[in-house]
Each structure stands twice: as structure tokens, then as C-alpha cells.
Design a protein around this ligand. Structure first.
Ligand code: URA
Length: 234
């Protein structure tokens, strides 16, 4: 944020007055008198005006993004693949995704600039449920569903009880909803693999009671006040 806007947002002076303060040598950044009126204040900068430290409270941002398949959840990708950040370029603020979805998974991703919120939401202690709709190869028998519900070994880790509901059975594939509250790497894919059905498509429909709904792929919306409160209090 430009220094004069920063000073104005901190409630010290109007932008014009801030320019005067800078010109008169009353503004210090990281201990040095500021010479550059167009200086862009960065995270971690210590800004002082007339000898007193000032700060701008960054407005908290909470979004629901419909991540498409074929993009990574990381902020930057070594392989130069599209990232979810490409879809958030017009968001004012340094937002980042909460948790992750695989490259080939689509669906609901919460995005924020609130580090405490993100930490709490991903902490295993909070056991936030996540619901996915999967298309798996082959038939998912009642026995397999029972195993998935009880918990399966995904390679040194036995999953906790899950909710499993068959939505539609085709001759060569099955559409199934699954709700889990752990977040092991590729957990849902590994769970279905453990019972012999490979995941062909995976889509996250909900995080707790926050639903993706009809949000178009690649688009985002603001979380409602109720959704934010709900996620904060889980
Ligand atoms: N489980 C998976 O296997 N992949 C995801 O992206 C999310 C959960």
C-alpha cells in the first residue's frame, strides 16, 4: 500500500497531509527518514510518524473458491502449472488457500488472509468435516461401503469412521458421497483404492456446513457472516 494511503488508513492524516509529513521528514520507515513519496509499504515494515509507530489493521478476507481440476492449490508452482492464485488476482489483500485439494480435485476451497483462522481450521483437533462427491471405477458393494464407513488402512494409517452414501450406480462406475474429518494426503483416493475402486473424479462439495452450492467453476464468493462465525467456532 502506498505510504500516503497507509498513513491515511491508520487515521493519522489525509493523504495530502501525509505527503506533507513525508516531505517535511516526519515519516520514518524501518528507522530511516522516508525520501520516496511513492513508497510501497510492505509486510513487516515499521512505520513511524512524528516519532510514534503507526499500523493499519488489514481487513480480513474470507472467500469460498470453486477450484477447477487442473490447477494446484499452492501459491506458486515449480512446474509452472496454473495455481488457484491465478483465479484470485483481483482480490485486494494477501490471501492464501486453507488446506489443499489435489491437482485433479475440483470443488470448495476456503481462501483467507487470516492466519489464525486458517491455522484453527486445519488443526486436527478441530476435526472439521469435508464432504466429497466421487466417481469411482466399478461397483461399490455394500461390504465395501461398510469397510469405508468403519475405517480402512491407507498405508500405515487407519481412517476414522466416515459417512458414505451411494448416489448412483452405473454398470462400470459409481457416484458416491463421502464425508471425512481427517486430512491425510490424498486420503479419499487412498480410501477407495484400499477397497479396490480407483477414483476417476473427485469434487469437494462442502467444508463443515459451508456448501459450494451453485458457484461456477473458477469463481469465488465472499463467505457470509454466519459461515465465518460457524467456521471460527467449530
Ligand atoms: N482427498 C483426496 O484424495 N484428494 C483431495 O484433493 C482431497 C481429499
Amino acid at each position: 500500500m502506498r505510504i500516503n494511503k497507509y498513513i491515511a488508513q491508520a487515521g493519522i492524516a489525509s493523504r495530502r497531509k501525509a505527503d506533507e509529513l513525508i516531505a517535511n521528514g516526519n515519516v520514518f520507515v524501518n528507522g530511516l527518514a522516508l525520501k520516496e513519496p511513492g513508497y510501497d509499504v510492505k509486510e513487516g515494515d515499521v512505520v513511524e510518524v512524528n516519532g510514534r509507530r503507526i499500523a493499519v489493521q488489514e481487513k480480513k478476507i474470507y472467500l469460498a473458491l470453486h477450484k477447477p481440476a487442473g490447477c494446484v492449490t499452492t501459491v506458486k508452482d515449480d512446474l509452472n502449472r496454473p495455481t488457484v492464485m491465478d483465479l484470485l488476482s483481483d482480490v485486494e489483500g494477501r490471501v492464501f488457500p486453507v488446506g489443499r485439494l489435489d491437482y485433479n480435485t475440483s470443488g470448495l476451497l476456503i481462501v483467507t488472509n487470516d492466519g489464525d483462522f486458517a491455522y484453527k481450521l486445519t488443526h486436527p483437533k478441530h476435526q472439521m468435516t469435508k464432504t466429497y462427491r466421487a466417481r469411482v471405477a466399478g461397483i461399490l458393494s455394500a461390504e465395501k461401503c461398510a469397510k469405508l464407513r468403519k475405517g480402512v488402512d491407507i498405508g500405515g494409517f487407519v481412517t476414522s469412521p466416515a459417512k458414505v452414501e451411494i448416489i448412483k450406480a452405473y454398470p462400470r462406475s459409481t457416484i458416491v458421497d463421502i464425508t471425512i474429518h481427517e486430512g491425510k494426503n490424498r486420503q479419499v483416493r487412498k480410501m477407495f483404492k484400499a477397497v479396490g475402486n480407483n477414483v476417476q473424479e473427485l469434487h469437494r462439495t462442502a467444508v463443515g456446513s459451508v456448501r459450494l452450492g451453485r458457484l461456477a467453476e473458477g469463481h469465488y464468493r465472499k463467505l457470509t457472516r454466519e459461515e465465518i462465525e460457524y467456521l471460527k467456532n467449530c
